[in-house]
Design a protein around this ligand. Structure first.
Ligand SMILES: O=C(O)[C@H]1O[C@H](OP(=O)(O)OP(=O)(O)OC[C@H]2O[C@@H](n3ccc(=O)[nH]c3=O)[C@H](O)[C@@H]2O)[C@H](O)[C@@H](O)[C@H]1O
Length: 436
């Protein structure tokens, strides 16, 4: 009854009624409090958006670090720029493909771009030249690619407008997506950069690919690190990958799930390649074989990790030329995507392959090989494997890649390091020239 009365009392002009009813005065009080509260929340959000976003000049260390490291360029565009892209994308062989290579100034990106160009494919590179490691090495790789006719567009995979523009200029049949934040241990120093490049960046690339007409087939770099703490060896693609030991590994694993989603919803043809500790000429200075070489030459001591109870730490080191063959075979066997206009038209190819060497080598043996090649005794400092993302060993089962891609690595660590050392000495000299 009282409820009925209350309903009957609902005023046609609420303002008047409020003044009369104590109940409504209370309600007004609550509404005002609510309004004030939400106004503050709203203003707070505006403040956060405008003053703390990574693209602003905020002094947040993570944000400023990201914007510093992702050297975005706004200077693209123009007829001369488009002409260079078209020339670089020109397919010169009868059955050639047209490939956008992201991370083209990176280690694997440079080698893959050069190999594609050599056999007559059209190649356009994309790289943000960030300073995770010495950018002068990336510039030298760029110069090398320029000499063989590959143009690298300077820009970020998070720049969607730029990606769209590239697809407007060239109908890429394939994307080789290698741009990423690499390195297992650095993830503890700069976790945001892994999310930015390996997750947000990947999604941007896939978004643009899904909207492209025709959609390209995509091959992209996953990692052996997705096997994480697994103890069953050799690692097979069928094994579990749900216990990553580093944020790097977790972002690569997330990438594999994201790939599944874009394949499922949009019909994108996607192939993930789990690279196993790739090494060779023009390699990455943040990797152990590279900075061990530098430090052995400088007479500095090198930290060699060992597991509990003097357990051996080993890697399935894989030589760059073998990896390049695997990448090209993945591109060549990549089927067409099935979607158009952002809609799936039928089931599309979804694959993941191990690209390893199938013969793990202990890190201490790697050092012995380097000592022989450099003719310098290393100052070894054996220490416990730090808990910062490293796993004790990796070992690839490559039978699936062998069957589907004809992948067959042919370079053992001794031979591959010999080629690396020869390059290192010709590039840096005998160690006097400093490497960052
Ligand atoms: O397969 C991958 O997916 C990854 O491979 C690579 O990671 P890792 O296999 O960890 O290579 P890397 O750092 O060269 O350490 C080599 C060995 O030296 C040991 N190591 C390392 C440093 C050190 O100071 N001492 C040491 O003993 C260390 O414990 C390890 O046993 C790529 O960097 C990564 O981006 C990713 O692509």
């Amino acid at each position: 009854m009282s409820q009925m009365k209350h309903i009957d009392n609902i005023p046609s002009t609420p303002g008047k009624f409020k003044e009369k009813s104590p109940y409504n005065r209370l309600r007004l009080h609550f509404s005002l409090t609510k309004l004030t509260f939400w106004s503050f929340v709203f203003l707070g959000l505006i403040f956060v958006f405008f003053f703390r976003s990574p693209s602003s000049s905020s002094s947040s260390p993570a944000a400023s670090d990201l914007s510093r490291r992702s050297l975005r360029t706004s200077s693209y565009d123009g007829p001369a720029w488009e002409k260079r892209i078209k020339a670089s994308a020109k397919v010169r062989s009868h059955s050639g493909i047209s490939v956008l290579v992201t991370g083209a100034a990176g280690f694997v990106g440079t080698h893959v771009s050069a190999a594609l160009k050599r056999r007559g494919d059209g190649v356009v590179g994309l790289d943000n030249f960030n300073d995770y490691y010495d950018p002068t090495l990336k510039r030298a790789r760029q110069a090398l690619l320029e000499r063989v006719g590959v143009y690298i567009v300077e820009g970020d995979i998070n720049d969607v407008a730029l990606l769209k523009k590239l697809f407007d200029i060239v109908q890429f049949s394939h994307v080789m997506h290698l741009a990423a934040q690499a390195g297992v241990r650095y993830a503890m120093e700069n976790p945001g950069s892994y999310v930015h490049s390996n997750i947000a960046g990947l999604v941007n690339v896939l978004e643009v690919c899904k909207n492209a007409n025709p959609q390209p087939a995509i091959v992209w770099a996953s990692s052996s690190s997705v096997y994480g703490l697994n103890t069953k060896v050799p690692f097979s693609e069928k094994d579990r990958t749900d216990q990553p030991a580093s944020l790097y590994a977790a972002t690569k694993k997330a990438g594999e799930e994201i790939a599944h989603t874009y394949n499922h919803i949009y019909g994108l043809s996607l192939t993930g390649l789990r690279f196993f500790t790739v090494y060779g000429p023009w390699g990455r200075p943040d990797m152990a074989y590279f900075f061990f070489t530098r430090d052995i030459l400088k007479g500095k001591s090198i930290p060699i990790f060992e597991a509990a109870n003097h357990g051996t730490v080993a890697r399935d080191f894989t030589y760059i030329d073998d990896i390049v063959k695997g990448c090209l075979a993945a591109l060549d066997t990549g089927e067409k995507s099935t979607g158009s206009g952002g809609k799936k038209k039928g089931p599309a190819q979804l694959r993941v392959f191990n690209l390893g060497n199938t013969s793990p080598v202990p890190v201490s043996d790697l050092v012995s090989i380097l000592e022989r090649l450099l003719k310098v005794k290393a100052k070894r400092s054996v220490m416990k494997l730090p808990r910062n993302g490293d796993v004790q060993f990796t070992h690839a089962n490559i039978s699936f890649a062998k069957r589907e891609l004809g992948y067959k690595p042919t370079t053992d660590l001794q031979t591959g390091l010999k080629k690396f050392v020869r390059w290192y000495l010709s590039y840096y000299g005998d160690g006097k020239k400093s490497v960052q």
